[in-house]
Structure formats: C-alpha cells, structure tokens
Design a protein around this ligand. Structure first.
Ligand code: FES
Length: 627
C-alpha cells in the first residue's frame, strides 16, 4: 500500500493527504487552493511558483532534491510530508464575472432581441383523476397519461422506473389528486416528478453559462419567469490549462483527464447552485430543468464526451447538439430526474454560447447587417441578418485574458484597466479594478496601454519599442526591451510592472487574428465594413473595453462609436430565454442550423489578412481613417 504524506500549505493552514510523489500542484488543488497556471501543469508557463519551507521535495523528471527558493509546484513532488508557502503572486484570485442582465428577462432584453412568450419547458400540472371503477378499469399509468393528454396537448409521456413503481401508491395516497412536473419538448413530455395531492411547491430552473474562464448560474422560478438569484465564479478547470486546446489535450492524454475536468466543472456549478438555493431558502428537489450554454469544447467536458477530434483536422465534435440528459447522470445539484439541455453548437469552434448570443441579440430578425463579436482566448464572430448568417472562429490566444504576457492577469482586483501617458514626460498613470495598488494588466488595460504607447510614439507601427527615447522607463530587461509601466514602489507585488517587446508581439498577434476574422467574414459576404449597421460585443472582456483604444490598435473596425453595444454575458441570458420559452428554444435550434460556419484554415485569405493586421492599426491605413 502506498503511504500517504501530508502537504501543509501556509499561511492558509490547509493540508492535503496525498500519495507520496504527488505534485505540489495537485496537492494544492486537493486542499482547495487555486494556483495560477496556464499550461495544464506542463511546466512551461512558470506561474505556479511556491516555496518549500520544510520537508523532502523532489524535482519531477530528475528525481533530484528540489533547489532552494521558489520552485514550480507542478514540477515538484512531495517525497514526504512537506510545508509549502504559496506567494500571493501565484494564487488564483476571484475575478469579475459578468452575471448578465436584470431580473425580468422579457423587459430587460427587449431592446436587444424580441420578446418571447413566457412558456417554460417545465411546468407543474395539477390533476384530479377519476377513481377506477369496474367499468373504468384502465391501468394507473394509462389513467395518468389520459389525464395529462387532456391537460397538455402532448401525446407521449415518459416516466422513470422508480416513479412508475411508486405510481399506484402516489395516486391513492393523494385520493386521485396528483401533481406532475413535466418537461416538454418536441411533442413529448418527461415526468420529472410526481407528488400526491395538489402541490404548491415551486418549479425551479437553472440557466448555466459554462465558459472557458468563468461559470455563471441563474436560478429562475419557472412559473413566474423571475430570476431568484445569480452567481458566478471562475472555472476551476483553468488549473488544467487556460484555453480549450490545452484542456482537450489534458482530457485526451492524461489518465482520468476527462473525468477530472468534468468533475471540476460540475463541482463549480454545484457550488453556485447550492449557494443560490440556500440564499433563497429553496431545495434542490424543486430544480427540474437546466439549459446550458457553452462553447463546443466546454459542453463536451461538461458531459464528459471525449473531445479529441475537435482539435484535429477536419475538426469534428462528437456531438454538436447533444441529447438531453438527467441531473443524476452528471451529478448536478438538482432533482435527480431534472432534464439538462445543452444548446446546440454550429461547429467545433462556434458553440451554443454564440447561438445563445445570436438568439438574445435578435440578429436573425433584423434586415440590417449586424456583427456579433465574442473575444476570449478564442474569438468568435458572427455576421448577418434575417436572410443569412456566417460565423468564424479564430484563435486569439490567451493574451487578452492575461496569458503569455509578463504581467498579464485576468480582470480581477488589482488589474490595471486604464492607462494614460503624458506626451512629453512619458509619465504614466493607471487605474486598477478595485482602486488598489496595481498587480498586472488585464485585457482592457493591455489594449489601452498599447494604444497609448503607440500614440506617444514609444512604439512604432510595427510594435517595436523605440529605445532612443529619453526616459528611464525604456530599458533592457532579461527578456529584451521593455517599458516600465508602474515602478515597484507603487506596485502591489513589490516589482516593476513592465510591458516587454515579446508581450507586444503577443498582443499584436491576438488583435490581428480577431481583425482578420472580421475581414474574412466581410469578404465571404462580399460586404464593406460600412455595411455593418451595428456591432455587438459579448463576453466578460467586452464590458471593460475602451472602444476608441480598441479601434486605435486595429482590434475593432473603424466605425462610429454609436454603432457599438456591449451585450454583457449574452450566453447566460440566451440560455435563460430558452429556459423560459419553448419558442426561444426552437429558434435557437433553428439558428444553429441556419448559421454557416466558415473554416478559416481552409483557405489562404485568413493568413493574408492576419499578416496585414500585424501593424498598428493595420498595414492598410485607409481601413482606419479616424486613427
Ligand atoms: S508551470 Fe506549473 S502550471 Fe504552468
């Protein structure tokens, strides 16, 4: 038997009992402590640094004792009981999560899409059945179905075997009064709960956005359509990798990788659901339905569907429109028979979250052309109107979420989100989320910073730092030229916060990928940018974005500011629409079929557009007349 060793974490006072030679990274996860890391524990991102204060620790690979000072938690094994310090810099902190929308969906989103009739997929039907007689001697199950048919218009009903076994007792103990909770879809109804008598208990539903970075849940009263509460947090799958590709690799190549990823995301959802139920004094047995929106990979991981072929040419998902499943099959904190519906995807890289956004924003109802943009590690763009819709996806990389940038971080407390540079003195002032000392830069801060450096002439149009400027902020660091944005005396982490030449290259690549994707969409539709009537920006990144700066660096098209609208977390709001309206769900299913997916890797257009967009704002300045 393998002896367990104890890994103590200070100053948290937490302990994990793990097998000898478990990595400190896994031990931290077991102790419920989130460590930064974007490489899934491959040892390449260098973000999971910890200090071994006491006890035997070995280097993974060589088996030699680990050195003194900071070590990578994912590359260090606990050879016996050890005590480990986690510096603040290495800790995963909570970041801003866009919960999305107001409490009454049909009013709050009326300006975006159209209003759908409140007709939830799930409802309670209270029935009074005729008691059996020698003449009326049909079976209990037939008697129930006949009554339900008369009440609902549905033809086919399904019931779980345990509920069927209890049916005789349920009907008789309620004196032939019974309450059936039904989830109806496509002319068929699932009986998810049967209660004796006429129950006044609520029917609750969940709208869930499973994002690569964040997870958001809305708890909804299905009878009134009211949102009882919303909660969001970061997706703890981040410890297996920051983007969908690293997570697919982890799920595919690690033993139990897929089940680890699924258990992690289900535990995150359950933590949010349990909190919402407790705050509202509700019970999980009353949760009968959930509608889930997520990108195609995240839905695969949520359902534990092997995602391997999503990243291999020709990029085929296992299921674009997975069949409904039961809460018990996923271990979701709900009535075990609750139906879980995942919104359909368009393709491997345009998922149900984009379909939800398209539904919410009403693109398919408009005569004018709308551009819908969701920028994360993957940039997804949708263009069209009521007659046609085309979508593309491009890999923007993790730069806008802080990955691959020396002082990059997610939008959380201490992240710089605004930058100003005085033209002559090159003095810098920054604003941070939470108004605290700066720790690093989030996506909007990075875009702002790039735009201001370019405007001040500190970087040229190719993004190169101009080292001949007379300011101590420009200097050579370990990774080559860099610009000091915040001196260590003012920084929260006690180090100068810099933007390096390599950081700038990564940002240029990210913004060029997004802009090239937009250009390819327009080319496919044979339209000029001016034909775009409005631009909708979705996702957590959008809400902090300064539009003028995003145009100045050539990330967004040069259109008047009034054409841009932030739609916030469109995925969860779209999922909520589907939860509350059968009409909306049918429309989402139709939208997924209607959207044409354009595979950017199939032609040379994308590469040409990408290379042309690697300048600030672009090689072709006529595309950016206002900059
Ligand atoms: S180096 Fe440890 S998680 Fe990336």
């Amino acid at each position: 038997m393998t002896r367990k060793v104890a890994v103590f974490f200070s100053p948290d006072g937490r302990v994990a009992h793990v097998k000898r030679n478990t990595s400190l990274w896994e031990a931290a996860a077991q102790a419920g402590l989130g460590l930064k890391g974007t490489c899934g524990g491959a040892g390449t991102c260098k973000r999971c640094q910890v200090l071994v204060r006491d006890g035997p620790a070995l280097e993974k690979g060589t088996g030699l004792p680990s050195g003194a000072g900071l070590v990578l938690a994912c590359q260090t094994l606990a050879a016996g009981s050890v005590t480990v310090d986690i510096p603040q810099d290495s800790r995963l902190a909570e970041h801003k999560v866009l919960l999305g929308g107001e409490d009454v969906l049909t009013e709050s989103d009326a300006d975006l899409g159209r209003i759908y009739r409140l007709q939830p997929l799930c409802r309670k039907v209270r029935l009074t059945l005729a008691a059996p007689t020698p003449e009326g001697n049909m079976s209990d199950w037939s008697r129930l179905q006949a009554a339900l048919r008369g009440e609902t218009g549905c033809d086919t009903f399904r019931i779980s075997l345990p509920d069927l076994r209890r049916l005789a007792e349920t009907l008789r103990s309620g004196n032939w009064q019974v309450t059936a909770t039904l989830v109806e879809a496509a002319g068929c109804a699932d009986i998810v709960r049967l209660e004796p008598g006429h129950s006044a208990g609520p029917a609750l539903g969940l709208a869930i956005d499973v994002g690569t970075t964040t997870v958001v849940v809305h708890l909804v009263d299905l009878e009134t359509g009211l949102v009882l509460g919303k909660k969001g947090t970061y997706n703890k799958q981040a410890r297996f990798g920051d983007d969908v590709i690293t997570r697919i690799v982890y799920a595919t190549e690690q033993e139990n990788g897929l089940s680890q990823l699924q258990e992690t995301v289900i535990s995150v959802v359950n933590q949010l659901v349990t909190g919402l139920l407790a705050e509202n004094g509700r019970h999980r047995r009353d949760v009968h339905l959930a509608v889930v929106a997520g990108n195609t990979t995240m839905i695969h991981l949520f359902l534990a569907l092997p995602p391997a072929y999503i990243r291999l040419e020709p990029y085929i998902p296992l299921a674009g429109s997975p069949p409904p499943v039961r809460a018990a099959e996923l271990g979701l904190a709900a009535n075990p028979h609750a139906v879980i519906l995942c919104l359909p995807a368009v393709a491997s890289y345009v998922g149900g979250d984009i379909v939800a956004g398209a539904l919410l924003s009403g693109i398919a109802q408009e005569q004018e052309v709308t551009l819908f943009i969701d920028i994360g590690t993957n940039g997804e763009m949708l263009l069209g109107n009521r007659d046609w819709l085309v979508a593309v996806a491009c890999s923007a990389g993790p730069a806008f979420e802080g990955g691959g940038i020396t002082f990059g971080m997610r939008a959380m407390q201490g992240a710089v989100e605004r930058v100003a540079i005085t033209p002559e003195s090159y003095e810098v002032t920054v604003e941070t989320i939470g108004g605290v000392r700066p720790l690093g830069l989030c996506g909007s801060g990075l875009i702002d910073c790039l735009a201001k450096l370019c405007a001040a002439g500190i970087i040229n149009r190719a993004g190169q730092l101009q080292m001949d400027f007379a300011t101590p902020r420009l200097r050579r660091g370990d990774d080559g030229p860099e610009f000091v944005l915040v001196w260590q005396e003012e920084a929260g982490g006690g180090k100068d916060i810099v933007l390096t030449g390599n950081d700038i290259k990564n940002l240029l690549r990210a913004k060029a990928a997004v802009y090239a994707g937009i250009r390819c969409l327009l080319k496919a539709a044979e339209l000029e940018m001016e034909a775009v009537w409005k631009v909708l920006i979705a996702g957590g990144f959008g809400s902090h974005l300064n539009i003028r700066d995003a145009i100045a660096i050539g990330l967004l098209p040069d259109l008047p500011a009034e054409k841009f609208t932030f739609v916030g977390n469109a995925a969860v709001k779209g999922a909520r629409l589907c939860l509350l309206s059968q009409e909306a769900l049918s429309e989402a299913q139709a939208l997924a079929k209607k959207i044409t997916y354009l595979e950017l890797s199939a032609g040379s257009d994308f590469m040409e557009e990408f290379v042309a967009a690697l300048f600030l704002p672009h090689t072709d300045l006529s595309l950016f007349p206002s900059v």
